[in-house]
Structure formats: C-alpha cells, structure tokens
Design a protein around this ligand. Structure first.
Ligand SMILES: NC(=O)C1=CN([C@@H]2O[C@H](COP(=O)(O)OP(=O)(O)OC[C@H]3O[C@@H](n4cnc5c(N)ncnc54)[C@H](OP(=O)(O)O)[C@@H]3O)[C@@H](O)[C@H]2O)[C@@H](O)CC1
Ligand SMILES: Nc1ncnc2c1ncn2[C@@H]1O[C@H](COP(=O)(O)OP(=O)(O)O)[C@@H](O)[C@H]1O
Length: 285
C-alpha cells in the first residue's frame, strides 16, 4: 500500500530561524504541570515545545512540585504557581504566547479552574489529556469557554468523553473519522485533532488535514506512554512561535510521525523531541 505524502507546505519558512532574531521572537510557551509524582507528562510536553523551536519554555506547577521538576530540567524554566491566581499573574506577561494544559494535570476541580483562567487570557492554547477528561460530565461548559486560538487533542477515549454521540456514530461506522472530527470542531468551536494511526485535524470553518501513520508511513512505535504528551508540547511550541491553530496542529502531527519514523523501533516518548533535529536537517532547515 502506498501512502500519500502529507508533508505540510512551506515548512522552511514556518520552522526556520533567522540570524537577526532573538529568543523572544520565537515565543514563550508555558506548560502547566500537576502535583508531585505526576510531572513526567508535563516535562515531556515541555521538552517537545523547546525542541520544536519555541524561544523559551516554562513549566508552571504547584509550589510543592517545584523541587521535583527543577532537579530534572535545565533549559526549561520552572515556576511555582500558587493556584489559579498564580497562573493568572504569570499570564499577565504579554510575552507568553501559548499555554498547554492537561498532561499529568489531574482530574480534580483545580484543573477546570486552571483551564478557565488560561482561556480567559486568550493565548494560543492546547488542551489535552486531563484538561479534556475533566469536562466529561459537562462538555458544553468547556465549549462555551473556547476561542479561536485553541486546539483540542483527544485520543479516542477522550474524544468519546467530550463527544459521546459523535463517537458512538463513528464507532458504528455511520460517520468517517474525518466527518466525526469536523462535526466535533464545529460543536466545540475550536480546532480538534483526533489522534490515532490516522490523525485527523479539523477547524470549525471546515478546513481540515489528515496525517497518516499507516502503510508506507507506519510508525507503530508511537503507541507508547507519553507520545501524546510530546505531541501536545510540539503543538504548543508551534503555537508559541505564531503558527495558527490548524497549521500548528497539522505541522506538529507531521513532525511527530517523522520523528518516530526517524528514530524507529524501540522508541520511547523521551526520544521523540531528541529526534527532531534529524527531521529538521532532512527537510533542509
Ligand atoms: N510519563 C507520564 O507521566 C505519562 C502520563 N500520562 C498521563 O496520565 C493521565 C491519563 O492519561 P491516559 O491517556 O493514560 O488515561 P485516560 O485518560 O484514562 O485514558 C485511557 C483510557 O481511554 C480509553 N481509550 C480508548 N481509546 C483510546 C486510545 N486510542 N488511546 C488511549 N486510550 C484510549 C481506554 O479505555 P478502554 O477503551 O480500554 O475502556 C483507556 O483505558 C494523563 O494526565 C496523561 O497525561 C500518560 O500520558 C502516560 C505517560
Ligand atoms: N499504532 C499507532 N500508529 C501511529 N501512531 C500512533 C499509534 N498509536 C498511537 N499513536 C500516536 O501516539 C500518540 C499517543 O497519544 P496518547 O494516546 O495521548 O498517549 P499518552 O497519553 O500516553 O501520551 C498520538 O499522537 C497517536 O496518534
């Protein structure tokens, strides 16, 4: 089976860095992490954001998780946040261009408050993992807060939590994955990236993209814990660099598969960010 090339157009212009630019020209991405002992997912996301080229990356976390994160991170900055007030204060810095919430964040009420605070700040935002699952009981409450700079990145389980009726029809074969994702994007009012070996991305205005990791482009090694956390980090890094949500999701998904294919069998999530420089060289950056 021959799988069509799905490389997004204009990658050099989107991802290259010019000599006259400094780090703030490439944006500042913030990953909001969870409690002590659950920080791995946010650290993976932060590494993905930095490797994809965000100029600065900060991991914001509860004060009691600062030590755990700080001993494991160097180029990535760590900032203790005193709850939602601390996050709101941090987001007063206009140089913060994008925020990622969800990986390892936890399913408690604090997650919903952090999501609310972030969405009010109107930055490029990616909501993944627990930031989606937290709204299982009231998805519309989430959709009512979304704006046009948001990307949602559910796997099939999270998709079914947010869009149970659409997921049911998709599972029954009544709607394709593309149509299911397009319907979800319209309902949510934001870009939706529905993960899997075929990753489908749709915007509320009907634009869409498909990134396939099947056939000639198979990358089954991506079925490993934390691979999705790294994808979220790559996308927030691209949002931070100024890509619009649909492009950030499309380019992030393509780079994610390329990084997995470049590394090959034995891949673990930590390897994905480290494979990006090789991918960048291959595309001539
Ligand atoms: N290193 C770290 O620190 C890591 C930390 N992580 C963090 O853990 C937290 C929980 O995230 P999570 O995704 O592991 O669990 P959860 O939200 O319960 O969903 C899983 C359930 O959904 C279902 N399901 C259906 N289709 C599915 C599909 N295609 N892909 C996957 N699942 C699918 C399936 O249920 P089933 O269909 O079997 O009934 C399955 O049991 C979150 O904060 C995350 O960031 C992880 O990222 C790992 C690395
Ligand atoms: N068999 C597969 N082939 C290609 N890509 C896959 C496969 N299984 C999972 N993936 C990709 O790996 C990532 C897994 O993300 P996710 O399910 O959120 O895991 P985690 O929560 O552990 O990070 C997604 O980007 C998904 O598209």
């Amino acid at each position: 089976m021959s799988t069509p090339e799905t490389r997004p157009e204009g990658l050099s212009a989107l991802l290259g860095k010019r000599p006259e630019q400094h780090k703030y020209d490439h944006g500042h991405a913030v990953i909001v992490g969870g409690p002590p002992g659950q920080g791995g997912a946010a650290r993976l996301a932060a590494r993905g954001a930095l490797r994809v080229g965000a100029g600065l990356v900060t991991l914001g976390c509860p004060l009691r998780a600062v030590t755990e994160n700080a001993v494991q991170l160097n180029a990535i900055m760590v900032r203790g946040l005193d709850g939602t007030a601390g996050l709101a204060e941090m987001l007063e810095d206009g140089r913060i261009t994008a925020v990622c919430l969800g990986p390892g964040l936890g399913l408690g009420p604090a997650t919903a408050e952090l999501v609310k605070t972030t969405l009010r700040a109107k930055r490029g935002t990616i909501l993944d993992a627990d930031a989606l699952s937290r709204f299982q009981r009231a998805p519309q409450a989430l959709f009512d807060m979304l704006h046009d700079h948001v990307v949602l990145t559910p796997h099939a389980g999270e998709f079914a939590r947010l869009f149970p009726d659409i997921a049911k029809r998709h599972k029954a074969g009544e709607v394709s994955k593309l149509d299911a994702t397009r319907e979800a994007a319209v309902r949510a009012g934001s870009v939706v990236l529905f993960k899997g070996s075929e990753t489908v991305i749709a915007a509320p205005d009907g634009r869409h993209a498909i990134q396939t990791a099947e056939g000639d482009r198979a990358a089954p090694w991506l079925a490993t814990a934390g691979a999705g956390d790294v994808l979220a980090g790559m996308i927030v890094g691209l949002l931070a660099r100024g890509l619009d949500p649909l492009r950030a999701a499309e380019v992030g998904a393509w780079l994610h598969v390329e990084a997995a294919r470049s590394f090959g069998p034995g891949l673990i999530a930590e390897d994905l960010p480290e494979a990006l420089p090789q991918v960048f060289r291959q595309i001539g950056l």
